[in-house]
Design a protein around this ligand. Structure first.
Ligand SMILES: [Zn+2]
Length: 108
């Protein structure tokens, strides 16, 4: 998980989950979940310590895994099959790690 830092504290502080369903930095700046601005490939998450961050969207990770497995299946037809096979496995491995990171934060 990549942490989200407080802009009002110049990025020096992280947010933690609060009982009122918002996030707060140690200086008391608040952030509502609706105001967490991420692209469609990432989602906000809270880790086991209560720290706010973001992870790769599990659905995007699954798409990347499927794409990598497709590339792996077609790797024998490439000019350099071993390179294509390794690249596909690297892509699948990275996407799996992203999926596990999201799962550990309860997003997946
Ligand atoms: Zn702050």
């Amino acid at each position: 998980m990549n942490v989200i830092t407080c802009a009002e504290c110049d990025g020096a502080a992280t947010y933690r989950a609060c009982a009122d369903r918002r996030f707060a930095c140690p200086a008391g700046h608040h952030l509502a979940p609706v105001d967490v601005d991420l692209d469609g490939r990432t989602e906000w998450a809270v880790d086991g310590t209560g720290t706010l961050g973001y992870v790769v969207s599990p659905s995007y990770s699954l798409d990347l895994i499927a794409e990598a497995l497709g590339d792996l299946a077609e790797s024998s037809g490439c000019a350099d099959p071993e390179y294509a096979r390794r690249a596909a496995l690297d892509d699948a491995y990275t996407a799996c790690l992203d999926y596990v990171a999201a799962y550990r934060c309860g997003v997946a």
